[in-house]
Design a protein around this ligand. Sequence first.
Ligand SMILES: Cc1cc2nc3c(=O)[nH]c(=O)nc-3n(C[C@H](O)[C@H](O)[C@H](O)COP(=O)(O)O)c2cc1C
Length: 296
Amino acid sequence: MIWTTKITQLLKIQYPLVMGAFGGWGKAEFASTFSNAGGLGIIAALNFPNPEEFRKDIQKVKRLTTKPFGINLSLPHHILEESREGKKTQERYLEYVDIALNENCTIFTTSGYKASFIGKRVQEAGGLWFHKCVLIKHAISVEKEGADGVTLVGLEGTGFKNPLTNTTLVNITLAKKMLKIPIIAAGGIGDARGFLGALAMGADAVCLGTALMATNECPVSTKIKKKWLNLDIFDETFHNKIYKYNIKNFMAPSTAIGHRKTLVTIHKLIEELITEADDILDSWGFNNNEFNTLDI
Ligand SMILES: Cc1cc2nc3c(=O)[nH]c(=O)nc-3n(C[C@H](O)[C@H](O)[C@H](O)COP(=O)(O)O)c2cc1C
């Protein structure tokens, strides 16, 4: 089946699947495998101690895949506060952006706060700027600032939370009515039903974070990954960690881990997800050979 959405068209990827940004792990091997499997792999610029190491990793991705890949720059508010490093920090970010632009990277994702200075630099150079946030009101702001697309992370997801964070269901169905730019759904998506559900809600692609933690390529020991696979997502402690907004910097598996049963390769994960989605669509009587959401 051919998958056609605004995002597959804009990013020139086979499936409407985008890798989460991964602080610590989003580097060449992990990201290029995701791209080679048909999605958009992402390397996170701030995983590298200096711009030169970052440049080497971009060059490595280019050796490992000929498929599109993206660059993430995460901007946690505590780093960007004017009262701390302010302008100096922005210059540091732009140094990384320029390295990637010079390496002919064209897809940039930002997450966090006040990222338009990056978006502007990227778009002036002819690149695409996607921003990731958790509130629809921030998505509306970045649309006004000219972002080419937005990722909305729901309460089910892992990562930074805002006291006003909504669920993926609320985010995506309402964002679809309130935004014109393409939307990527993130938060709690770990199987084909979540994938199709997000597309039905109005997303043009989904972002997989936690689901990739249960893959062979995730650069963590098998022992830790097996522990994640055995997590009880219905346990009160787990529930509190995911849904309570006071834990703002929580980088552990989300509820999506409940869908993963065994460790698989990224290729297998994506292949199974797409095959299962095909089967579900078949069972609903959909027998086109193209799934196309461009006109919806
Ligand atoms: C270990 C880990 C590290 C992450 N690091 C970042 C990061 O540096 N920047 C960012 O924007 N998101 C980061 N995220 C969040 C993911 O990019 C993505 O938004 C989130 O995992 C989606 O929700 P899900 O885990 O339910 O799929 C991280 C997630 C995990 C699990």
